[in-house]
Design a protein around this ligand. Structure first.
Ligand SMILES: Cc1cc2nc3c(=O)[nH]c(=O)nc-3n(C[C@H](O)[C@H](O)[C@H](O)COP(=O)(O)OP(=O)(O)OC[C@H]3O[C@@H](n4cnc5c(N)ncnc54)[C@H](O)[C@@H]3O)c2cc1C
Length: 535
């Protein structure tokens, strides 16, 4: 689908934005009337985590709250790795970006006096979550932005094409390689551009148990890494403690706001096991709650979110999305506890960017979940991700405004792809299963090494480019998790269970570095297998 008719892809001066979630669409709107092409693998509104966000956007807009308090909460949850200036900047720009969203038509809830209504979420010291009809924030945001995009003639939207490679020359991007989604036999299409914004979302779908859509499988991060971009903090993956165990992939989410409203976590004996684990019990930081739930399940107990006393008959009205997911699974949350488990939910790591959203490659910006700004450190504070997406999308647009973008002299050459073939479902499944079992809530050296070797082999041998990209990102996550010999924030190592103060620095890595680690681990494994024979 396209808002503008005529276009010459070879002499393209458009800014190309890859991704149609909050980061991509907001950036496109902010760039108007500058010509922009938005590429989205799924039709707009689908295949984006944004549409599924339930809580809302963190913004210190309530009386008595402040950007400083918001930043302090962000820093406390981030376990020593948050870039404090970045966190403060994010909090300070929150109110302006929420007003931008109101301007684009997002119907945020208001209180009786007409002020923005704010909800409480875990680890926030104030009621600070701007929301829409209880748990409908994401859908309301994406719907309003899609309407605004369709009304904007400078934005051309290409839906149903998956970006698969960034094309570069001398450390600068020159174009993008795409392919019609779901058609492995289709020939790749090349778009020339010297200004590309990656807004492809997260990596949750690299895990077997996840709340993320299938499109969130780390392809954007892989493309940047393959083009040589610096990748930051890939080991930090947030697991949501309460995905609903309804036998669905992805797993529906029981939003944190339920616990904010008083729902409790109980095991199959009816015990509130979080009371013994943290003074804030169910409202402790996500990683602590996720490990609590994981440990209960590992000990053979069922875990349930119990909203009967806190919400009861009001459940359907207050949390319609969660209510619908439960009812579809045959659970009435007003009268029954909801079975839950932790699931990969949010990636703190991503393409390393500076305060303007620039990556280490000339002409490549990254915004939203695919990026790593330093705002989240080792753990994200709830509802800071939509905020980060919207703040950085605006900053990227502003930065690009100051650039004049020359048309590339010629169409860049498509990347050599090993072999074309359909995505082998079994390899994909085993990769996802291994991410959950070996690179998940609780990690350990030998399992991580095994995962690294396995992902490196897939990355090397895959005949399908999507699989190769998935393995690239999985490899970056697993190698960095193997390297970080401590437990910090969302990264927990059973063999190094405490925080190591001397490791209080962010990870900055690359695909080349990850491959070196994989080679080392493969070498060690072959020496170990060879040793008994030598002896
Ligand atoms: C269930 C759920 C609930 C959440 N609740 C909240 C919340 O309440 N508050 C909060 O702050 N955060 C929440 N989050 C996190 C938040 O939704 C995301 O971090 C945020 O929406 C990311 O926005 P984005 O624009 O970066 O990515 P997305 O919204 O995921 O959009 C990515 C886009 O890129 C496209 N894409 C991906 N790969 C390719 C490719 N190779 N080629 C072309 N297009 C591609 C996708 O189709 C999509 O259009 C939640 C996440 C989930 C999954």
């Amino acid at each position: 689908m396209s808002n503008r008719r005529h276009h010459d892809l070879t002499r393209n001066t458009d800014v190309v934005i890859v991704g149609g979630g909050l980061a991509g669409l907001f950036c496109a709107l902010k760039l108007a009337p500058r010509p922009v092409t938005v590429i989205s693998v799924a039709p707009l509104g689908q295949g984006a985590s944004t549409a599924w966000a339930q809580g809302g956007i963190a913004a210190a807009v309530a009386e008595g709250d402040s950007a400083e308090a918001h930043a302090a909460d962000t820093i406390a949850v981030g376990a020593g790795l948050v870039d404090e200036a970045i966190a403060l900047g994010l909090a300070q720009e929150a109110s302006a970006r929420v007003h931008d969203l109101l301007h684009y038509g997002v119907p945020f809830d208001r209180d009786l006096e007409g002020k923005l209504a704010v909800a409480r979420e875990a680890a926030h010291s104030a009621r600070r979550i701007v929301h829409v009809r209880g748990d409908m924030a994401g859908l309301a945001i994406i719907s309003a932005l899609i309407e605004a995009v369709r009304r904007t003639p400078s934005i051309r939207v290409i839906e149903g094409y998956a970006a698969e490679a960034l094309l570069t020359e001398d450390g600068a991007v020159t174009g993008l390689q795409l392919r019609k989604a779901g058609d492995a036999a289709a020939r790749p299409v090349t778009i020339a551009s010297r200004a590309i914004v990656l807004a492809t979302g997260g990596i949750g779908h690299l895990y077997a148990m996840t709340t993320n859509p299938a499109e969130a499988s780390g392809l954007g991060l892989a493309m940047a890494a393959r083009a040589g971009a610096v990748i930051a903090d890939p080991e930090f993956v947030q697991f949501h403690p309460t995905a609903i165990m309804a036998g669905r992939d992805p797993a529906p989410l029981a939003t944190e706001a339920l616990r904010g409203e008083g729902a409790t976590l109980i095991n199959d004996k009816g015990e509130r096991f979080m009371l013994a684990r943290h003074p804030l019990a169910e409202l402790a930081p996500r990683d602590i709650v996720a490990r609590g739930v994981f440990a209960e399940i590992a000990a053979g107990h069922g875990v349930f979110l119990d909203a009967r006393a806190a919400l009861g008959a009001h459940f359907a009205k207050e949390f319609p999305t969660v209510h619908a997911s439960c009812m579809a699974a045959g659970i009435d949350p007003a009268t029954q506890p909801i079975p839950v488990a932790p699931a990969a939910h949010y990636h703190m790591g991503g393409v390393a960017v500076d305060a303007r959203g620039r990556s280490s490659l000339r002409g490549l910006w990254a915004g939203g979940e695919v990026s790593s700004t330093g705002a989240h450190g080792a753990n994200r504070l709830a509802s800071n991700s939509l905020l980060e997406a919207v703040v950085y999308a605006a900053r990227i647009a502003e930065d690009i405004e100051d650039h004049s973008i020359a048309a590339p002299a010629r169409l860049p050459t498509a990347q050599a792809i090993p072999r074309y073939g359909t995505l082998p479902a079994q390899t994909e499944q085993s990769l996802r299963a291994m991410m959950t079992s070996h690179v998940g809530v609780i990690r350990e050296r030998e399992h991580l090494a095994e995962a690294v070797r396995s992902f490196a082999a897939i990355e090397r041998d895959a005949g399908n480019i999507a699989l190769r990209n998935m393995a690239t990102t999985a490899l970056l996550v697993a190698t960095s998790a193997w390297v970080r010999r401590e437990s910090r924030g969302a990264h927990f190592r059973s063999d190094y269970p405490v925080v190591e103060p001397r490791l209080a620095h962010r990870t900055m890595t690359s695909l080349a570095a990850a491959k070196d680690i994989a080679a080392l681990l493969s070498e060690r494994a072959s020496v170990r297998t060879a040793q008994p024979m030598i002896a």
